[in-house]
Every structure is written in C-alpha cells, then in structure tokens.
Design a binder for this molecule. Structure first.
Ligand SMILES: [Zn+2]
Length: 529
C-alpha cells in the first residue's frame, strides 16, 4: 500500500509463535473459504449480504465468533437476520464487533462446517459508497488493515487466509471487478447484473476485494500468460489506459527475479481507495487521482505490484512485522527502477530514503518491529517503508547480489501463500548465506536508530600514512561494513572497513593531502555527525 501522502512517490512457522498484536486469534478454527453475496443499489447505501463461510476446526468447541460490526447509533453497521449451520437454523448473538454462533452439536477437531449468514445494513467503512471525481456513484471495497468486518462477517486478520468468491448483484449500468477470475456475468430482471469473481488462492482479508462503477476496461498485455487489465473511469479512458499500461513491465521484472506471479490475472483499477494505492491481490486499487495521462504512476504501480509477492502471497503473520510487506514493496520498487534506469537511480532513491529515515528518527526513536503500536494505521510509517527498504539494501550489500536474490527467492518459495515473521525471513537468509545474522537483525529490526559517525583523519607519525578514526556516537554500538573513498595526490581508491567498536582506527597509505568520503556508493544507513 502507499499512503496518499507519498502519492508520487496456515502454516505458521511453529517455532515462532506470533507476538500478540492485539488481535484475539481464534486458534480453534481456520476459515477455508468465504463466499460473499452482496446486493447493492442506487436508491440507498444499504446492502443485502449473504455470507457462506467454510471453517475447519482445530479444537473441540461449541461456538465460533466472527468479526462483524453491529448496528451503531446513527444507523450504520450490520444487522444479522438469520444464521444457518449446515442448512439448519442456529442460535446466534450479535455484539458490537462480533457475531457469535452457538452450535446445536459440539464441533470436534477436524470437523468442517459451513455457516450461512444473512444480514443487511449500511457499511460504516470497509465498503466505500460514494461519488468519484466525475460525480458518478461508485462502490469500492477498501479493507486494509481490518476494515472489512464493517460489512463482511470474517476473521479480520491476515493470519487466517482463505479462498473467496464475490457474487455481486448491481444495477446493470455498473461493471464489477473483483478478486480472482470472472466466472459469471449475467443480465437479470431489474435490470440488474450479477457478477461472480472467484479466487481459489488463499488470501488475507485485507487484500480481498471488489468494486462496482462505470468502467472502461482494456487488455494491457500479458506476462507468462497472466493477462493484465486496466479498469478506469470512462471519462479517464485515454489517460488511464496510457498510465496503467506500464504495469506489464514491473510484473515481468518481479516474475523473473523472484518467482511465479501467484494469481491468475492482474487488474489495475482506478478507485476510491483512501490510500494512494491498495495492493488487493491480483486486483490493485489506485486512488482516482493516480490517472493524469502524464505517465507519473510508474513508482506507485511498481510498489503495489511488488506486494503481490510480498504482503499478499507471503503475508506477515503479525501486524508488527509489516515491514515484510511495506519494506519489501518499497525496496523492490527501487530494484525495478535500478533495472530500468540504472544503478544511479537506485542510489538516488536510497539517498533520499535515508534522509527521510534520519528525519523520522528525530521524533520517533522506535525500532522497525515496534510491538508498542496498537493503532494499525500508525504502522504506515517511515520505519515500515523506508527503513525496511534500507534493511534489505544493507542485507544485499552484506551478502552480495547473488546470495541476496537467492534468499528472496527461497523465502518466497517457502512461504508461498502462507504467513511469515521476521525470524522466518532471517532463517532463510542465514540458510542461503551460511552466515549468522543475529546481530544484523537485532540492530536493524529490533533496535531503534542507526550509527551516528564522526570520521576524522590525521597524519600519522609513520611516514606516508594517514590515520583514519571512525567513532560511533550512538548507544548501542552497531556492527557494519563501511566503505571509504580515499583520495590523495596519487589518485583514489576504495577501502572497506569492518566497524564494531566505539572507535575504529585504520592506517591508510597516502601521499600529500587526503580527502575521505564515507559510503560513496550509498550502502549504509548512517548519520554523519
Ligand atoms: Zn505498500
């Protein structure tokens, strides 16, 4: 996802129980499949919903709780009218934020049950019913981070991934886009259109989606038989098709460097998302302002497409590890730019990103994995995005391009369509490199700050030698490699220094005056004091 402000810009690993990010995990149950039928109309914002939810039980239980916002003062929220369990009527109780279903017979371990929930109401959030910039009425799901349960009964946390069908009944002037492949589009009396999208790959709720609007739709090409479509408002048909057609390039690039794209299509959709872009699996929603006709959305599009691998396919198991999604998408965008525009582009990206990280640190002395965050919106911060990207950049420098890319590929392959934590990523990188990365991960992910260095040099008493002192001012000490560009009257050369003490001294052979430039190739996140 990209915040609007940057606009231009189950298989848990058992050895790593997820930290508690505040969500009460329902460890007794695992949702396998959702089918959401939703009827929308033009006279009110009220929706009629029917959810079929297939659940396998991990433990014996006599009830299950789904997340669902109940009727609020003011009239928004969902009212459940009927619940069936395997075609039989069932007892249920609706709370402010949940729906508890009581079973007539206890569910045993490994039982699979199907719940049918009928409900209706006006979504307070999660489904944005509004007018677009052309004053036309539109409907856009906008679930990230946990806003789906404003109108969908579900387990509203990314740890529980499930396949999904959206069956949308809408007045027939709307076209409906959604997760997965199109299995039905039928004209019905009304006149209404029923559109059915089906995704068989398990998704986190945050990136399941559908949207209904008047759309212009165009095929933009394909990559390894994955069709790429542009869905834009008809008034933006020419500009939108032009701006979104670039999507084919990052799709091709990431497929070649990381691995097979996980979904069966890629739709790039102009929408009313509250974010600059929202990476919905295979069906990315962009802010309606993303279309300008000036080709300025390449970075945004490359970022959201990168999420299809990291965030969507390999999904953080705990919100506090969101850098596995945002840091990865941010850095992969820089890698994409490097591949298209050259190393200079990467270096200028990393330079400006470093400035942002240092600036952010002045007011927020927090580590990337920050378990104190309780408001999920606060996770959309410079640490998750820019500092996360810097961690990957430094890991690449530390391990070398080849080992780093092998690690990214293995991490993707191993956690394909499931969840992961920072430790899982670390284990994979240790496996491919044969290195112990305890210190690297500890200092960059779980510790606030970065090295603050004073670098000075003086003539040694030894002839033809200059002493260079690198002093770490911050607490605690970091361990890293620092490149120095050393210029003297004989020319210039690079020196790589391993730094871990408070003061590191090296002796540099030199002739005449010496000029030292630290980190000339932009490989280290640090502040020069
Ligand atoms: Zn993102």
């Amino acid at each position: 996802m990209r915040k609007i402000s940057f606009f231009f810009l189950f298989l848990f690993s058992l050895q790593n129980a997820p930290a508690n990010d505040g969500y009460h995990r329902k460890n007794y149950a695992d949702v396998l499949h959702y089918e959401f039928y939703i009827a929308i109309n033009d006279s009110t914002d009220r929706i009629e919903g029917r959810a079929k939810i297939q659940v396998i039980f991990k433990e014996e239980t006599d009830s299950i709780s789904f997340d669902l916002i109940g009727l609020k003062p003011g009239g928004k929220g969902m009212s459940v009218t009927n619940v069936n369990l395997d075609s039989k009527k069932n007892k249920w109780e609706q709370g402010k934020e949940n729906l508890i279903i009581y079973f007539n017979t206890r569910a045993r371990q490994n039982d699979t049950l199907e719940f049918n929930i009928e409900y209706n109401g006006i979504p307070a959030d999660g489904l944005i019913i509004s007018k677009n910039k052309f004053s036309n009425r539109t409907f856009f799901a906008d679930h990230w981070p946990d806003r789906a349960h404003n109108y969908l009964p579900c387990i509203d946390h990314p740890y529980d991934k499930a396949s999904v069908d959206f069956i949308i009944l809408a007045p027939d002037r709307y076209k409906v886009v959604g997760s997965g492949i199109l299995v039905e589009e039928s004209n019905l009396p009304g006149p209404m259109t029923l559109t059915h999208w089906s995704e068989s790959v398990p998704l986190a709720i945050k990136v399941m989606t559908f949207g209904a609007a008047e759309f212009a739709v165009k095929y933009a090409g394909s990559v390894n038989n994955i069709p790429v479509w542009s869905w834009v408002f008809p008034e933006n048909r020419i500009e939108g098709f032009s701006d979104y057609s670039v999507a084919v390039k990052p799709l091709e690039y990431y497929s070649s460097i990381i691995g097979t794209y996980p979904y069966k299509k890629l739709a790039n959709v102009q929408s009313k998302t509250i974010y600059g872009g929202l990476e919905n699996a295979g069906t990315i929603f962009y802010s309606e302002k993303s279309v300008t006709g000036l080709g300025k959305a390449e970075g945004l599009i490359a970022h959201e497409i990168a999420h299809q691998w990291f965030g969507n396919c390999v999904t953080e198991a705990d919100w506090h590890h969101i850098w596995l999604s945002e840091g990865f998408a941010t850095y992969l965008t820089s890698l994409y730019f490097e591949s298209v525009y050259g190393r200079e582009r990467l270096e200028s990206d990393m330079k400006s990103t470093r400035e942002r990280v240092l600036e952010y640190y002045k007011k927020n002395q927090k580590p990337i994995v920050d378990t104190t965050v309780t408001d999920l919106m606060d996770l959309l911060n410079v640490n998750s995005y820019q500092k996360g990207a810097w961690v990957l950049h430094m890991l690449r420098y530390e391990l070398g391009d080849k080992v780093f890319m092998n690690g990214l590929r293995l991490y993707y392959e191993r956690y394909y369509n499931v969840n992961a934590l920072t430790e899982d990523f670390k284990c994979v990188m240790e496996e491919v490199s044969g290195k112990n990365l305890d210190k690297f991960f500890q200092q960059w992910l779980y510790t606030a700050g970065q090295p603050e260095l004073v670098i000075r040099n003086e003539k040694s008493r030894k002839k033809g030698i200059t002493d260079v002192y690198i002093e770490q001012k911050q607490i605690p000490l970091f361990e890293f490699s620092l490149e120095l560009l050393i210029k003297d009257s004989s020319g210039e050369r690079l020196e790589k220094v391993a730094v871990k003490e408070r003061v590191t001294k090296i002796e540099v052979p030199s002739i005449g005056a010496v000029l030292i430039t630290p980190d000339p190739n932009i490989n280290l996140l640090f502040k020069q004091k």
